[in-house]
Each structure stands twice: as C-alpha cells, then as structure tokens.
Design a protein around this ligand. Sequence first.
Ligand code: GTQ
Length: 350
Amino acid sequence: MTASPPSTARQAFYDEIRKFSMTPLWESLSTLVPHTPNSPCVPARWRWDDVLPFIEQAGTLISAEEAVRRVLVLENPALPGKASITQSLYAGLQLILPGEVAPAHRHVQSALRFIVHGRGAYTAVDGERTTMLPGDFIITPGWTWHDHGNEGVDGQSEPVVWLDGLDIPMIRFFDAGFEEKSAALSQRVSRPEGNALARYGHNLLPVDYQPTSPTSPLFNYPYARTREVLERLYRDHELDAWHGVKLRYVNPVTGGWPMPTLATFMQFLPAGFAGKPFRSTDGAVYSVVEGRGRVIVDGQSMAFGPKDHFVVPSWKTFTLHADEDAVLFSFSDRPVQSALNILREEKLDA
Ligand code: GTQ
C-alpha cells in the first residue's frame, strides 16, 4: 500500500474501474509482492486444561457417528471462520468415546493423527487397523478409506483425543477437493494389525515391493520407538543449538516425507535447554508430548506443558526453552514449499 490515501481523482478512477472488475496494482503491489513474508497469522497456544472441558462437553452434545468427525478445530485467532491454524494448515482435536465409530470415508485431503490423550482407539486405513497410543503418529494419506473407533486396549477403554493435521486449506486453495462416503460404517479389515509395520518399518522391504504412490506405506510410527531414538541421540551428544535433538518422520521407501503435503517432526529438548533463534517460511503446529517449557515468538513468551498445542507462523523468529526434559511433535507444509523451491530457513545467532 502507498502510505497516503489516494487523491480524489484517483479514488474516483478506482471506483469506476471497480465496476468493470479491475483494480490498480500500484495500491497493493508491496503487499502482493512483499519484501519479506508478512504472515497475517499470529502465534497462539491452546492449553490442555482450557481445551479438555470443551472436548468433554462436545462428547455429551453429539455422537461421533452423527458428527462424522467430532472435532474442535484450532483456529488461528487472526483467521476467524477459516478453519485454519496457518494459511495452509488445518488442525483440530478429535474425540472418540469408548464404543463409538467415526464412519468410513475418503477424501483428497491428507491427514495426520497425533495421539494426545487416552489409549485404545484405532484407525483403519485401506484395510488395516492400528491401535492408537499416546505419542503415536499415524497417517491417513489422501484418497485412502479411513474410519476410527474405540474398542479399548488391555481390557480398558477410555475417551481418546488426538490431534488431526490436514492440508484442508491447501486443497481449498486449489479447489481440488473430492470426498466419498462408504456404504459400510467401518471398512472391512483385510490384513492383520501390525502388517504394515512388519513390511515397511524395519529397514527392510518385501523383495518384490513396488511403491505405487509417493506416500509412505507405513501408517503408524509408534511413539515407543521414536522416544527411544531421541533419548539415544541425546546421550550421543547430537544436540543442535537451535532445535535440540530434532528428527523428521520419513517414508521408509523413498526417504521423503510420509505424505506429499505435510512434514512431521519430533524433537527432544533437555531440561535447561535455551535454543537459539530460528525462523522458517514453513509455519508449524506443535503438540507437546512431555515436559514443560516456553516458546518465545517475536518476543512473545508462551509457556507450554504436556498436551498443550501452539502455532508458530511463517518467518516469525522464535526460540524454544525447556524447564524439564521436553518432547515436541510438530507439522508443517514443508514438502510443498520444498517442491515449489520457495522454502527458506535461517538459524540466527542471538
Ligand atoms: O478424520 O477424516 O479433523 O475428514 C477433519 C476432516 C478429521 C477425518 C478432521 C476429516 C477428518
């Protein structure tokens, strides 16, 4: 925008051409082509203690089956009504109570599940079920049939809450959304639980396996294994001054991201960690698995503890601090930015 308001003659001209669906570029050029990214999104945090009572209340107001997906969407406070946590990402907290089923459907949008609370729900993806345990990272690639249920585990059943991360805003941007409902409430299971993990999750592949898509054939990345690796690498002194011990989830067949539109990460920050400032064009959504600490975004400090969620918008400088050993899951649109060759990141020195 030019600093001063337009003259009367210019404004009259703008009003006139508006009737012909035209507008002057020079009034908005610097916004359209910014010198540096200037996200309209704001940093925000959702405390578990604030969110849980509302999730529980939602459980009394509507069933999973009626809702199809009983989710409270985490909306960026600066994007009201957009169902977006950043311009490109959707996040929500989904609740499934013991005995419930969220009916089978499929859609173009890719989804990730990060299990926040409770044990014993399952997700079925294209014929295989996986039990969900806290900290597990599960994918539902675009156009795969999926349904969710909660049958409990080890004879116990409890409400289960997970973080849904989807590329809904990206698909909306491209106007490329398709969806289908299954005739069956739950899909037919055609492979035993754990089959995909056995096939693809041990640095081995069935000898004649040929990938049929860029998406990972592995669909549950169990927390127990991730946690062990973080701990081990910390002991091996592989601590980065900006990120702590930070790993990215991969498609084991290609080494690429698990899904084409969503990148996912897990990081460990030892007690006392005070990270150096970092910024990146991929804004990210965080789910706190363990520990307490703070994220400071452009000078704004947000404390976090287990099961809290927060968002760091694109190109905002931030630092991570841990008061206790902390484990953070996060996701972003990094694969898309990389594919478009627009990803930029900077490790800054304080
Ligand atoms: O579980 O399929 O949070 O389709 C939003 C849209 C979850 C799902 C969401 C969905 C799903």
